[in-house]
Every structure is written in C-alpha cells, then in structure tokens.
Design a protein around this ligand. Sequence first.
Ligand SMILES: NC(=O)c1ccc[n+]([C@@H]2O[C@H](COP(=O)([O-])OP(=O)(O)OC[C@H]3O[C@@H](n4cnc5c(N)ncnc54)[C@H](O)[C@@H]3O)[C@@H](O)[C@H]2O)c1
Ligand SMILES: [Zn+2]
Length: 353
Amino acid sequence: MRTFHIKFRGMRQESIIVCRKNVLSKQLKEELPRLQAGGALIFTDSNVFGLYQRQIKALSLPVFVMPAGEEHKTEQTLFSLLSAMAENHLRRSSTLIALGGGVVGDVGGLAASLYMRGISCIQVPTTLLAQVDSSVGGKTAIDFCGVKNLIGAFHQPELIYVDPAFLRTLPQRELRCGLGEIVKHAALNGSLFDRLLSCRDTLFDIDLLAELVPENIAVKADIVQRDPMERGLRRSLNLGHTTGHAIELTQKSLSHGECVLLGLLYESRIAQAYLETDGEYLGKLSALIRTVLVCDPNEIDVENAARLALLDKKNTARDSVTLAVPVKKGEYAMLTLGSSAYEAALRELRGTL
Ligand SMILES: NC(=O)c1ccc[n+]([C@@H]2O[C@H](COP(=O)([O-])OP(=O)(O)OC[C@H]3O[C@@H](n4cnc5c(N)ncnc54)[C@H](O)[C@@H]3O)[C@@H](O)[C@H]2O)c1
Ligand SMILES: [Zn+2]
C-alpha cells in the first residue's frame, strides 16, 4: 500500500491518494457506514459495471451507469447523473464515487462540483490512463459544441483509490493509451525516464505497470500541487498534447495515448530545430516511444493536423501554436511558433521519422 497526501498551493483543499488492492471488496466496504450515513452514489460506465457488478452490487449503494465511451461525455449524461443524485436524495454531506476511466472521472467530478455547489468526490480510476493521469489533479469536464472538455471545473477529489487489479481486465489498446501518459511523465522526470528505459521490453507487463503507477502518480501529484490552477508549471503536462490532440482529430482510429506519443515524437524534433537540446537524450526518448507505438508516424495528415492545432485553446494568439517540448533529461521548454512555421515543420518532418 502507498499513500500520497497532496496539499494544493494557495488552496485549502487536499487530496489523499491510496494505492492498494481490493478497493471494492475491502476499502469501500470498510467505509460503508460513513458513506451510508452521509449518503453516496456510485457512478460508473456500462463496461466497468458489466465486469465488476458483483462487487459493485455488494456495496448496496445506489448506482448510476452511463453508456461507455467518449461520445457520451456530454451534457445529457451530466444532467442524467445530476438527476440520479437528486432522486437518491444526496445532500451537502454526501459523496459521489466515480468508478471508471477518465470519462467517468471527468463527468463524475464535474457533477460533484455542481451538485449543491459542490459535494465530496471519491475517484476510483479503473484504466491505466485514469490511474496515472486523469484522476489526479481535480480537472473535470464534459465535451460541448463539438469541443473536447469545453465545460469544466477544478474540483479536487477528497480521496483517490488506485487498485492495480483493474488493469487486468483492460484491453491492450487501453494499456497503450495509458503508456502514452507514462512516457510523457518520463519526459518530465529523469529517474522515471531511466526506469522506463531499463524495462522497455516489458512495458505491457501488468505487474510492472502496477509498480509504475505509484511512481507516475508521484510525478503528476508533485506538479499539480505546486500549480493547481495551471498558471505555469502544470502546462508541462501538455507535453506532446498540442500536436497529439490535432492528430487525434484527424486520425480517429488512434487512441489518445498513441496520439500523444506521436505528438511527442514530432515535437521533440521541432524542439531540436529551434532550441538548445540534448540530441542523445531525445534519441533515447524517441526509441522509448517507438517501443509503445504500433502505427507509422510518417502517415499522419500533417496539413489538417496543423490547422486543427491552431484551434487549440492553449494557444496564446490565433496565428500561432504553443508547444510544451522536451529539451533535456527531465527538462521541458515552452515554444511558440507562427502557424506557417509550425505547419512547415510538420510537413518537413513527415517521412523522416
Ligand atoms: N481530468 C484530467 O486531468 C484528464 C487527463 C487526461 C485525460 N482526461 C480525459 O480522460 C478521458 C480518457 O480516459 P480513458 O482513456 O480512461 O477513457 P474511458 O473512460 O473511455 O475508458 C476507456 C475504455 O475502457 C473501459 N474500461 C474502463 N475501465 C476498465 C477496466 N478496468 N477493464 C476493462 N475496461 C475498462 C471503458 O468502459 C472504456 O470503454 C478523456 O475524456 C480525456 O479527456 C482527463
Ligand atoms: Zn493526455
């Protein structure tokens, strides 16, 4: 068992992250008297409910199940969940338990932030991505008007229970997706980078991943507690994401994690062209990325990707793109490029990766 206490700079809130086995059958069961006294509702998705319904039902708490998938990260799901919370008489003292991947965590966290102006939330992340990334840091959202995460709030969960057993039912594609964020964290933290490099041939091994999860949580927790509202340092977590998000919009068949890795590959080469970088280190980072990726980085639709990257909400100006790029071991830099320079860089790199 490993526990992290995150105290957010400048805020009174804190989150406790507990990494342990048997969260459903032991941890939450032990907490049932407290949860039942205050009122609680379990929010999950159809896949997770299908796989874990015996343990979920054994908790004897009301359950609201959303259909699985990003396409349901909508205002309809949010309001159906809020209705279920009201119908089950949740109060200010009640708790929403978000049991699922990043979609459940984001929608559940947002509902908890809105209901009665904010009730307590326990996150139980069940995907690798949610365990190492989305459940930590209090960002919540739904997609709206065709834009990802357009409506959201910062709402720190009171508790995050991370159980490695959930990884055993995850499809390989979802593991690859989480590994995208793990490699991103390694690009921000030298010792995690060395660790991944030393075991790069067995990165999909569940026992190894179970060990890597707390190490990744430590990296993310350290960043978000120093910059909870993303005013500076937290932007480093966008590494690979500007180009990655753009690729994600043009290549629907690829997972978010694969797109982040592709983004990292392209952006580290762009960094080499514009900034003082450690070429040997970036070569090793690329090699690490390629052990996880199965697609060809030379096949992305660069022109379209560049156009979409310009719509990215993190850009400082309409005709430019701001990237968080890796430069040296454990170091990143923010790089703003004019739109035509960015598009030209992507076009030139295609075919050379
Ligand atoms: N809030 C943040 O800081 C943050 C950070 C990164 C990503 N996100 C968001 O997270 C979402 C992506 O998260 P995700 O990749 O977890 O997607 P997801 O929640 O859609 O889960 C992926 C798939 O795995 C299934 N699943 C979940 N747990 C399972 C298990 N244990 N066994 C088998 N199947 C399981 C789900 O039903 C789903 O089909 C995106 O909406 C993204 O915007 C948020
Ligand atoms: Zn991501």
